[in-house]
Design a protein around this ligand. Structure first.
Ligand code: GAR
Length: 191
């Protein structure tokens, strides 16, 4: 059976993108990387995996709507059915959101609704909480909001450094995101 096609939207390093690409049994075929940061490391990773890239700088567009229309055209042209945000540091606007309703997932390095937005690992560390974690959720128009699908806790240990904590959180992300993708896509295929 052919797998449904998916796009990853990312702005940074791309470790979650890599985790999807190296997952042995991902239920989707990742056919496109959309990146809003020319020069981001994730672009090189996609090229290494032979994944088509669509890199664009939002500043080159007259409006957010114009930028989104271009992104939407690229995902539609690639036959994409699912979109996975993996460190895409930008709100998805109504044009894409409505076309891909309940088909866009996001991963975030905290136990949402705690610590949304940028630098969530730092935010939790500086807040002095004893637990943080990882959330995978469907997106809506808000910042790291939308129905939660799965969460996994990560303890903040006495004497932890921010680097050690980040490392443990990312290990959880790299397991959890492909697992959640597989479970939601399999459910959708069965329906
Ligand atoms: C990940 O930790 C992801 O959860 C986070 O960005 C990082 C991207 O890392 N996303 C957010 O903070 C979304 N608000 P990566 O580029 O190595 O996958």
């Amino acid at each position: 059976m052919t797998k449904p096609k998916a796009a990853v939207f990312a702005s940074g390093t791309g470790s979650n993108f890599e985790a999807m690409m190296t997952c042995e049994n991902l239920a989707c075929e990742i056919v496109l990387l959309v990146c809003d940061k020319p020069g981001a490391s994730v672009i090189e990773k996609a090229e290494c995996f032979g994944v088509q890239t669509f890199v664009l700088n939002p500043k080159d567009f007259d409006s957010k709507g114009d930028y989104e229309a271009n992104v939407l055209q690229s995902v539609l042209d690639a036959g994409v059915e699912w979109i996975f945000l993996a460190g895409y540091m930008r709100l998805v606007g109504p044009t894409i959101l409505h076309t891909y309703e309940e088909k866009i997932l996001n991963i975030h390095p905290s136990l949402l609704p705690a610590f949304p937005g940028k630098d969530a690992i730092n935010q939790a560390y500086l807040a002095g909480v004893h637990q943080t974690g990882v959330t995978v959720h469907y997106i809506d128009e808000g910042m790291d909001t939308g129905p939660i699908i799965a969460q996994e806790q990560v303890e903040i240990l006495p004497g932890d450094t921010i680097e050690a904590l980040k490392d443990r959180i990312q290990k959880v992300e790299h397991m959890l995101y492909p697992e959640v993708i597989n479970s939601v896509v399999m459910e959708w295929l069965k329906a």
